[in-house]
Design a protein around this ligand. Structure first.
Ligand code: SF4
Length: 295
């Protein structure tokens, strides 16, 4: 029997939905799922992979003098930056990593009835994404470690990072015995300043986040949802600026969409990503791409 088709909602799509329904409806996979034919994938921050090596559970107990060259190799040209981070983090990393770069895949409950959400044509809808790291502290509490590359964010705004909280919710949904106590925000500025902020989740916060996500996802699936535009400072970066301008003039943008846009391909699978948990929990395993390195 063929596997039931699944359509994913991601944190990026959720943010797009709240920013502008017109742009979202053109790009979201639960809607038209388009992207410019000339679209280029945005590269990850060059330090991200190196941090995954640094926090790789299977090497956490190794002599750091052995791990450091592997971390710097993964960092490539960003190695001075990453080395500075590693030195800084060594003083505050009072935990043990359980997972790095792991995928979550959560069924979204139907807020208006029983069961889980599905598209009008019957496809299952999942909240999917990838988290940076899950760590456990000495008191056995588990925390999501979330890297934020860019300028520091005001603490009050950090508390509103719904993508981070939703990923914690999704992880508990994916593994029902998981319990996440909070988020460790790991802020890394481009100039090489680092800061860590602890957000302890209130009791019920994840359940509330899940209900909120479910409400929004149900709206996304509503065939009668009004798809109005929301012009604003985000428009210059919008990949649908040209068809949007046509629509604003009351014109048909379908020819332009057919000519300059294509269906979005599935999310690319990355090395080691098959199976959903990239560099799992095994204490002795080596990240696949470093398996041949001298240790
Ligand atoms: S250009 Fe602005 S208003 Fe138009 S679809 Fe894009 S984000 Fe929305």
């Amino acid at each position: 029997m063929a596997a039931m088709a699944v359509v994913a909602i991601t944190a990026t799509e959720r943010a797009a939905f709240k920013r502008c329904r017109r742009a979202w409806s053109l790009s979201a996979r639960v809607r038209r799922g388009l992207e410019p034919r000339a679209a280029v994938r945005t590269a990850e921050h060059p330090a991200r992979e190196a941090l995954a090596v640094h926090y790789f559970p299977g090497m956490w107990s190794w002599d750091r003098a052995i791990v450091r060259p592997l971390v710097l190799k993964a960092a490539g040209a960003a190695s001075p930056y990453v080395e500075k981070y590693v030195d800084w983090a060594s003083g505050i990393d009072e935990f043990e990593p359980l997972r790095v770069e792991f995928d979550y895949d959560a069924a979204i409950p139907n807020p208006r009835g029983d069961g889980d959400l599905a598209t009008p044509d019957g496809r299952a809808v999942r909240y999917q994404g990838r988290a940076h790291a899950l760590v456990v502290e000495e008191n056995r509490t588990q925390w999501l470690l979330v890297h934020r590359f860019g300028p520091w964010t005001d603490g009050a705004v950090l508390r509103l990072d719904e993508a981070a909280v939703a990923s914690a919710w999704a992880w508990e949904q994916t593994f029902l015995d998981a319990r996440i106590s909070g988020i460790l925000f790991n802020e890394l500025t481009l100039e090489g300043r680092f800061r860590r902020t602890r957000l302890r989740l209130a009791p019920g916060a994840l359940a509330h986040a899940g209900r909120q996500l479910a409400q929004e996802a149900a709206e996304m699936l509503d065939p009668s949802l009004a798809l109005y535009p929301t012009p604003g400072p985000h428009c210059p970066a919008c990949p649908f600026l040209a068809p949007c301008a046509l629509m604003q003039d009351g014109q048909d943008a379908e020819d332009l969409l057919a000519r300059d846009y294509r269906p979005r391909p599935p999310e690319p699978l990355e090395e080691g990503r098959l199976g959903g948990a990239t560099w799992g929990m095994g204490r002795g395993a080596v990240p696949p791409r470093f398996a041949n390195d001298d240790r």
